[in-house]
Design a protein around this ligand. Structure first.
Ligand SMILES: [Zn+2]
Length: 373
C-alpha cells in the first residue's frame, strides 16, 4: 500500500493535553507506526508539518503535501481526543464508504489493544485534513487526554499492541494480539513489595478522586514500575504518607495543617493538600528519607526527616516551585531500585605518596624560612 501518516499538530500549535500530552503521544506512535509499515513493505509518506509551523498553516501544509502525492491508498492522521469522554474513535470523511470501513477496522483494533471503549467510526464533514485531502482519509483519536482511565490504559499498553493494532487496521485486518489491560502480562519474576517500608500516594486530580498507584518505599505497586510517586510534568495536588506527621505548602503560599494519618480516602484527616499544586513537603521523622522532583527541574537533595542532606538549613523538601514527584523510604529499608554502577574511585594515596607529599611540604617550608633569614 501507499500510505500517508500524519502526526497531528506541531510544537508551535501542540494540541490537547491533560493526563496525557497529545503531541508527545502522537509523535511517539507515529514514528513507530511508520517504521512498522515500512518493515511490512509499504510505501509510507510522512506529511507532518515542520515544528515551527503554526495553525492553520500546519494543517494546510499537511493537506497540500498529501495532495501532491499520487496513488495514495490511505491517509491516516494521528490524534488524541479531549473534552470529557473515554475510549477510541476514528473519523472519516462523511460519505466515503472506504473511509468508513478503514475507520471501523482501526477503531476496533485500537480500542481492543488499549482495553477501552470502542466509540467506533464517525463520519465528519468539517475537519480539514480528512475533508480536503484527495485520498481516502481517516483520523484516529486514540484516547482522551483528560480521562484518567485512558491515561492508565496508555501506561498499561505495550508499543507492540498500539502499533500492531494500528498497522493491522491500516491494512484492513483484525488485530490478532491479545487485549493487555484485562489480563496483564505476567511479569517473569515479580519483585515482591517490601512490607516494611513507608507507604505513600499522590494525586494530580484537583478533586482527589483519582490517585496514582501506591508506593512502598522505592517499589511501585502499580504498572508504572518506576521508583517514585507522581506523573512527571503534572503538579502533585494531594499527598498522603504513612509518616507520624507531615504537611505541605501549596499554591496559596502557606503551610496547611499537619496530617497525622495515611489515608488517601480521607482528604481532611488522612491527606495533605488543598487541590492546588504542592510546592513544599515536610515530613517529621528522623528514620524517613525523602526527595522531591520539580516540574521545572530535577530531583532535589534528599531530606532525612527535617535535615537537608545538601547542608541547607531548611526543614522541608522543595524550592517553592511545583512538585511533580516524590520518593521516600525508611532510612534503613530504602533500596535503590537500579543501583548505579560504582564510579571508578580515585585510589587512596599510598602511604609512601603521603610521606613524599609531607617531605615536599617540609622542603617548601624550609625555603620560606630561608627567605626570611
Ligand atoms: Zn488533535
Amino acid at each position: 500500500m501507499r500510505i500517508v501518516i500524519d502526526m497531528g499538530h506541531t510544537p508551535t500549535s501542540p494540541g490537547a493535553s491533560g493526563y496525557l500530552d497529545e503531541l508527545e503521544c502522537d509523535r511517539k506512535i507515529g514514528e513507530r507506526v511508520i517504521a512498522e509499515l515500512q518493515r511490512r513493505g509499504h510505501t509510507v509518506y510522512n506529511s507532518t508539518a515542520p515544528d515551527w509551523m503554526a495553525y492553520p498553516d500546519e494543517v494546510n501544509h499537511r493537506v497540500n503535501y498529501t495532495n501532491s502525492l499520487d496513488n495514495i491508498d490511505l491517509f491516516v492522521s494521528l490524534h488524541l481526543n479531549a473534552g470529557g469522554g473515554h475510549g477510541t474513535e476514528v473519523l472519516y470523511f462523511a460519505g466515503d464508504s472506504d473511509g468508513a470501513w478503514y475507520a471501523s477496522q482501526i477503531s476496533k483494533n485500537v480500542a481492543n489493544a488499549f482495553g477501552v471503549t470502542n466509540r467506533g467510526a464517525k463520519p465528519n464533514d468539517w475537519v480539514g485534513v480528512i475533508c480536503n485531502t484527495y485520498p481516502t482519509a481517516v483520523l484516529i483519536e486514540y484516547l482522551f487526554v483528560d480521562s484518567w482511565d485512558d491515561k492508565c490504559a496508555w501506561d498499561a499498553t505495550s508499543w507492540d499492541a498500539i502499533v500492531g493494532a494500528t498497522c493491522d487496521g491500516i491494512e484492513g485486518r483484525d488485530w490478532n494480539g491479545e487485549a493487555p489491560s484485562p489480563q496483564p502480562q505476567p511479569q517473569p519474576e515479580p519483585k515482591p513489595a517490601p512490607s516494611d517500608d513507608v507507604r505513600y500516594r499522590v494525586s494530580i486530580d484537583p478533586y482527589g478522586n483519582e490517585w496514582c498507584d501506591e508506593m512502598v518505599g522505592s517499589f511501585d505497586t502499580g504498572s508504572a514500575g518506576d521508583d517514585y510517586a507522581g506523573v512527571l510534568g503534572h503538579p502533585i495536588v494531594w499527598f498522603s504518607c504513612d509518616a507520624p506527621v507531615y504537611r505541605v505548602y501549596t499554591e496559596d503560599g502557606r503551610w496547611l495543617d499537619p496530617v497525622y494519618q495515611y489515608n488517601p480516602n480521607d482528604l481532611v484527616n488522612g491527606t495533605a493538600g488543598d487541590g492546588s499544586p504542592i510546592k513544599l513537603i515536610e515530613i517529621s521523622a528522623d528514620n524517613i528519607k525523602y526527595q522531591v522532583h520539580t516540574v521545572a527541574g530535577d530531583w532535589l537533595p534528599w531530606m532525612v526527616g527535617n535535615h537537608d542532606t545538601a547542608g541547607s538549613s531548611d526543614t522541608f523538601a522543595g524550592n517553592y516551585t511545583n512538585i511533580d514527584a516524590i520518593r521516600m523510604g525508611y532510612t534503613d529499608a530504602w533500596q535503590e531500585p537500579q543501583p548505579e554502577p560504582e564510579p571508578t574511585q580515585e585510589p587512596e594515596p599510598q602511604e609512601d605518596e603521603k610521606v613524599s607529599l609531607l617531605k615536599k611540604l617540609i622542603a617548601l617550608f624550609e625555603k620560606i624560612l630561608e627567605f626570611f633569614k
